[in-house]
Design a protein around this ligand. Structure first.
Ligand SMILES: Cc1cc2nc3c(=O)[nH]c(=O)nc-3n(C[C@H](O)[C@H](O)[C@H](O)COP(=O)(O)O)c2cc1C
Ligand SMILES: Nc1ncnc2c1ncn2[C@@H]1O[C@H](COP(=O)(O)OP(=O)(O)O)[C@@H](O)[C@H]1O
Length: 314
């Protein structure tokens, strides 16, 4: 997959089959649309092109918004790469871009840059300044500039019953099993391992504390979870805590993972964990010993669940 981070350096001579959108989550519904596009482009000897935007339009248009996303931009790129697209264009969604009229957008980007032959969009897609462009406008432009338009119907979309909004809500509620079934892959967190208070090792449960650079990444609700990671080409399971560590009077939110049967220095390494299942809420224990006893129970429970549910599917 060719990735272009700036549309001004892009120009296609080959005709393109294009889809446009944010695709946050790259969930089962998105995957279906993109796979259809890739297949039909192949059959017609055209390029499959996905045009996406970063930052998220809502981050630009509603400056005060605190929108959180299912994927960081790097996670989104990786997920899209796995589907088999020919070209991914990540266009900066700036104020200037938001001010293009629907006609300017179609003419200067879809026609002149992408050499568009077919456009696939969802039934409720709006675009251009003040969201003035819709399916009807696009149909007129399709006739004028000679491209085919395919609309994914409301029926098709609701049949999938998946939406980025539903997934975001489920993440906030810690409903990870539901999240993963909607995504069609396991929800992930990616970050750098940083130093903590060094208490973990002392109590027999060293934890890799991960720092996520992207402040717009949506973090699941506070609590303990079962996770999996690939470290040095090996699958390792573990238990993660997202929370404030009330037992040791922690102040900031931390995300920390104790990997099972594992003993490697991870400081400064970038790791990605797949979140598999919610275990329990965070508790304020009366003593470190009580916390330690609970961690032993969590480990036992996690290992049983991993053996029963997740081990085969590695
Ligand atoms: C799976 C797991 C669950 C945890 N649950 C709690 C909890 O319920 N309450 C709490 O105060 N701390 C909890 N902790 C956090 C510990 O307090 C933390 O690992 C310890 O303070 C070590 O911190 P450090 O990494 O700064 O050394 C949990 C940690 C893990 C790995
Ligand atoms: N099984 C393990 N799980 C997680 N981290 C481990 C493990 N074994 C060794 N480590 C290393 O130990 C560090 C965690 O030790 P810990 O005492 O909890 O320190 P900190 O408070 O800095 O996180 C991790 O960042 C990692 O480098």
């Amino acid at each position: 997959m060719n990735i272009f981070k700036n549309i001004s350096t892009y120009k296609s001579t080959k005709k393109s089959f294009v889809t446009i959108g944010t695709f946050d989550g790259v969930h089962l519904g998105h995957q279906k649309v993109i796979k259809d596009l890739v297949e039909s482009a192949k059959k017609n000897n055209a390029k499959s092109v996905l045009l996406t935007f970063f930052p998220h339009p809502r981050m630009v248009l509603q400056k005060k918004t605190n929108i959180k996303l299912i994927n960081t931009i790097d996670e989104r790129i990786k997920l899209l790469e796995n589907i088999g697209l020919d070209t991914l264009i990540i266009h900066e969604f700036s104020d200037e871009f938001a001010n293009l009229t629907a006609l300017e957008f179609v003419k200067t980007i879809l026609v002149d840059k992408l050499n568009i032959a077919k456009l696939v969009i969802g039934y409720d897609h709006h675009f251009g300044k003040n969201r003035e462009g819709n399916f009807d406008t696009l149909q007129q432009y399709g006739t004028e500039f000679n491209f085919e338009l395919k609309e994914i119907s409301q029926q098709d979309i609701s049949n999938i019953t998946v939406s980025s909004t539903k997934i975001r809500t489920a993440i906030e509620l810690g409903e990870i099993t539901k999240v993963n079934s909607y995504l069609g892959y396991n929800f992930m967190l990616t970050g750098t391992v940083v130093k903590g208070k060094n208490l973990g090792e002392k109590i027999g449960f060293p934890t890799a504390n991960i720092h996520i650079q992207e402040t717009y990444k949506l973090i699941p609700k506070t609590g303990a979870y079962i996770v999996k990671a690939i470290i040095a080409n090996k699958t390792v399971f573990g238990m993660m805590n997202i929370g404030y560590r009330p037992t040791v009077s922690g102040k900031n939110q931390t995300i920390e993972i104790n990997f099972f049967d594992f003993k490697t220095n991870l400081y400064n390494k970038i790791i990605q964990v797949e979140v598999l299942q919610f275990l329990r809420d965070e508790i304020k224990f009366n003593s470190i010993d009580d916390l330690k006893d609970q961690l032993k129970k969590d480990q036992q429970k996690s290992l049983e669940i991993i053996r029963g549910t997740f081990f085969e599917s590695n």
